[in-house]
Design a protein around this ligand. Sequence first.
Ligand SMILES: [Zn+2]
Length: 74
Amino acid sequence: MAHANRDGPNPMTTKNPTSMTKDPICGMPVQEMTAVRAQRDGQTFYFCSEACRLKFLATPTGAIPEKKPGGCCG
Ligand SMILES: [Zn+2]
């Protein structure tokens, strides 16, 4: 009896260094690989959650809201 399928972590994903960036909405550090992303003016922005992404998209260019206490993600 052969084990055809094995569930486990993919070794390929642990090879590359993980790029960290910052959520411009809440200031939380996020991983580029796993973050929610949005593009604007040829730039890619990364967010901790869809809520932050929507907030960013709803904000006019150049008017990024300042980080506020008690935001969406604490
Ligand atoms: Zn966020």
